[in-house]
Design a protein around this ligand. Structure first.
Ligand SMILES: Nc1ncnc2c1ncn2[C@@H]1O[C@H](COP(=O)(O)OP(=O)(O)OP(=O)(O)O)[C@@H](O)[C@H]1O
Length: 432
């Protein structure tokens, strides 16, 4: 009975509803008549925001492609890491492709499709990634802006911030170290951008003909650099290494750069110093390069020594890590002495004319032979005549038949010897 008496009668409910409706109409009228449109919109939006964030338990991180004008490393890590999750994705379609020019029948890799949701799980936390794209139209150009949304439950926000982003950054470094194709970036000074293409130079330390001591010293130096993060930190130096490769044209300086890139699995940024106008421009160009890469400045003697010295002054060391800089020159004697001072370029490498060892290595590579009855003659001539490895390889490629190509090489060396003798005699006559 007591329970029954608490239930309101139908007439009470009806009269309550009527008075409530009347109040709502009256309130709406007051709102419309008294409050201006701007204030009404403001009140409504504040209510909407409050209730939507109260009921929505999700949190979204926005990861843009650029951060403080440089490549956002979190974006880069996501770009490298997410394709590893795509094999199990349950969308109706997937982006696939292969950039492996060395192996045309290589299995294609997954790419990240725009707008597709990619689900990840980290320590039991469900995460949802989406790659988005927006067009940024300006007066002069239309640029595509890409960014990721990473959504998780609000309560995991701190965990994701402190652990998950570091986890994917570490994984991406590992993945990049195993990638099969490197890139070469060339600076386009007209549009102020680095243009990239697949790096196809197959030279390795195995196929580079250099003296064994030099090869072993270089490999040891590169490996020590690669494992030296803690050392560089302890001694308070930026984690970078500078190499100066010098020697006559055709002695393998560019081939050595390729061997270093392939050994380290680093991409190359090829910069023409002539296209750099001042320090500010150089700084900007360098901030758009990624770490674990080689900055290559070829023919540094050709009018850019000032800029190379500026660069050496360490202006970029603060913003990049794990970097190798390689300068090449055919004329070391023309370089600004400031660049050659101790502590500037860490390693100076002379790439010189062909030696008997280098010749044998080239014969093994190009003709697949270890011995031949012309070897002794050729070795003797190589000691007397200055011939570059590039000149020797040209002769070795004359024919697949070793008898033919080695004979051609002997003739080439004989004519070179004759020419140098004639020019020496000419010089003596002039002096007389
Ligand atoms: N040490 C070497 N081992 C194997 N091949 C070599 C070597 N040196 C030169 N070559 C061959 O000669 C070609 C030209 O050499 P490379 O471009 O590396 O010389 P370089 O010293 O960089 O010349 P430049 O100063 O003109 O740029 C290479 O593509 C390669 O085929």
């Amino acid at each position: 009975m007591a329970t029954r008496s608490k239930i309101p009668s139908l007439s009470t409910i009806f009269s309550l509803y009527t008075s409530l409706s009347a109040f709502t109409i009256l309130f709406k009228t007051i709102l419309h008549e008294i409050l201006p449109l701007k204030i009404r919109t403001f009140i409504v939006s504040r209510f909407t925001n409050y209730f939507s964030s109260y009921f929505n338990s999700d949190f979204t991180f926005i990861v843009e492609e650029k951060c403080d004008y440089v490549t956002n490393q979190t974006f880069r890590a996501a770009e490298v890491y997410l394709p590893t999750l795509l094999a199990g994705i349950t969308t109706g379609s997937l982006l696939v492709g292969s950039s492996n020019l060395k192996d045309p029948i290589a299995k294609p890799k997954y790419g990240i499709p725009i707008n597709a949701k990619i689900i990840d799980e980290f320590e039991g936390i469900r995460l949802e990634w989406t790659l988005l794209s927006a067009k940024n139209e300006s007066l002069y150009q239309s640029k595509e802006k890409r960014y990721f949304h990473l959504t998780c439950k609000k309560e995991f926000r701190e965990k994701i911030m402190s652990d998950y982003f570091i986890y994917i950054a570490k994984l991406s470094v590992k993945i990049l170290a195993q990638r099969e194709s490197l890139k070469i970036h060339t600076y386009n000074s007209e549009f102020h951008v680095w243009e990239s293409t697949i790096f196809q130079h197959h030279t390795t330390f195995e196929t580079l003909a250099i003296e064994p001591e030099l090869k072993n010293t270089l490999i040891r130096d590169l490996d020590a650099f690669s494992n030296g993060k803690d050392f560089f930190k302890t001694v308070g130096r930026a984690w970078k290494r500078g190499y100066l490769l010098y020697g006559p044209p055709g002695t393998g300086k560019s081939s050595l750069v390729a061997a270093i890139a392939n050994h380290m699995c680093y991409s190359i940024y090829d910069l023409q110093l002539q296209s750099v106008q001042d320090d500010a421009m150089l700084r900007k160009i360098l901030t758009y390069t990624e770490n674990r890469s080689i900055l290559l400045i070829e023919d540094v003697d050709c009018g850019g020594a000032d800029a190379s010295c500026r660069e050496e002054n360490g202006l970029w060391s603060s913003c990049v890590e794990e970097r190798i800089i390689i300068f090449t020159t055919n004329h070391k004697e023309k370089l600004d002495p400031a660049l050659l001072r101790p502590g500037r370029m860490d390693v100076h490498v002379l790439m010189n004319y062909c030696t008997p060892y280098v010749f044998r290595k080239l014969a093994a590579l190009y003709l697949e032979i270890e011995e031949h009855n012309l070897f002794e003659t050729i070795e003797k001539m190589i000691v007397e005549v200055k011939a570059t490895p590039a000149e020797i390889t040209e002769q070795l490629m004359v024919s697949k038949n070793p008898d033919v190509s080695l004979k051609s090489l002997v003739e080439f060396l004989e004519s070179k010897k004759k020419m140098s003798k004639e020019s020496e005699e000419g010089a003596e006559i002039k002096e007389a």
